[in-house]
Write a protein that binds this ligand. Structure first.
Ligand SMILES: O=C(O)CCC(=O)C(=O)O
Ligand SMILES: [Fe+2]
Length: 312
């Protein structure tokens, strides 16, 4: 990439043929003192959606300092996951014997997560995050990403027109309430005490609505802004027609190009949570996996409280 020549790192596309994403090689803490570097990294984040950092610094301090390039950090509202020593970090654990077990898309394993954007179940969705693997699992536990700018661009025109002013209602809850964000059936084989405790906090989070289409302010590009996981129904269409529409849109999203990141301990992955979905493949139940993540604050300003339909 020609404009990377003046930078103290090198850049390459995330993957051959991927319409989004970059790999930055060799970024180190001292580089962050340069405003031009910070500006360039922010541009990649917005333009490219996912940025993998390799062959550079990779430790807890750097995770926090790099995250702060993109905005102030926030303490995750799900306080059960917050690191007590450093509240700007959350830790995501898979530990043999303490996991939830799922069977989905032909695989069985621990702590799978369907396609989602973080915090869609509250009004103010964080703008992004950076993940790091403290202990990658030997198998499984790949973090997947799907670009929702591509998802919007590849929608048929009649569908684009249909959804222009529609919103989706989201709700935090146990995974048994989620119908979208995976293909086929989801079997919940075992719910761990930790998941049960988290799912039992669902009442803390009233239902919210977010528009299906969001315009990225810096670029004017439209984003198919749907988080299949956490989605309940199309606002004002909690009926068969609305459910069929939401399924059609989620199927379209899941058919878009997927990048799946296989973790090692010396890499960081940044994403724009307002335009990229993520997911986690099942982890073999006998393998440990420990991840650390920051939450980059922001408010796109379009989330609001909503209603669930009254039970019949
Ligand atoms: O464990 C992962 O790879 C990602 C988990 C996740 O969804 C998140 O950190 O927001
Ligand atoms: Fe997430």
């Amino acid at each position: 990439m020609s404009d990377a020549k003046t930078m103290p790192f090198t850049v390459e596309p995330l993957k051959e043929g991927m319409p989004y994403g970059l790999i930055v090689h060799g970024l180190r803490a001292e580089h962050l003192a340069d405003d031009a570097v910070r500006e360039r990294l922010r541009r990649y984040w917005i333009q490219d959606g996912v940025v993998v950092f390799k062959d550079g610094d990779c430790n807890e301090d750097f995770l926090v300092e790099l995250s702060q390039v993109f905005g102030p950090l926030e303490v995750h509202p799900m306080k059960e996951t917050v690191n007590q020593r450093r509240p700007e970090l959350i830790t995501i654990f898979s530990k043999p014997g303490e996991n939830s077990i799922f069977e989905v898309e032909g695989e069985k394993g621990a702590n799978w997560l369907g396609w989602h954007s973080d915090l869609t179940y509250v009004e103010r969705i964080n703008h992004g995050g950076i993940l790091r693997a403290l202990t990658p699992s030997k198998d499984g536990g790949l973090t997947g990403f799907i670009d929702q700018v591509t998802a919007y661009e590849t929608l048929p025109d009649d569908l684009k027109a249909k959804i222009e002013n529609l919103s989706v209602v989201y709700k935090m809850g146990g995974f048994e309430i989620y119908k979208y964000g995976y293909s086929g059936d989801l079997k919940i084989v075992h719910v761990s005490d930790f998941y049960r405790m988290i799912w039992d906090t669902a009442d803390r989070y009233p239902p919210v609505a977010h528009p299906m289409v969001f315009v990225q302010p810096e670029t004017g590009r439209k984003v198919l802004h749907i988080s299949p996981f956490f989605a309940m129904h199309v606002e004002g269409m909690a009926n068969e027609e609305g459910d069929a529409l939401l399924k059609q849109l989620c199927d379209h999203i899941l058919a878009c190009p997927i990048y799946r990141h296989k973790w090692s301990t010396d890499e960081l992955v940044l994403w724009d949570n307002w335009r990229v979905l993520h997911s986690v493949t099942p982890i073999p139940a006998d393998q440990e996996r420990i991840m650390q993540r920051t939450t980059i604050k922001g408010d796109y300003g379009l989330g609001r409280l909503a209603q669930l339909p009254k039970a019949a």
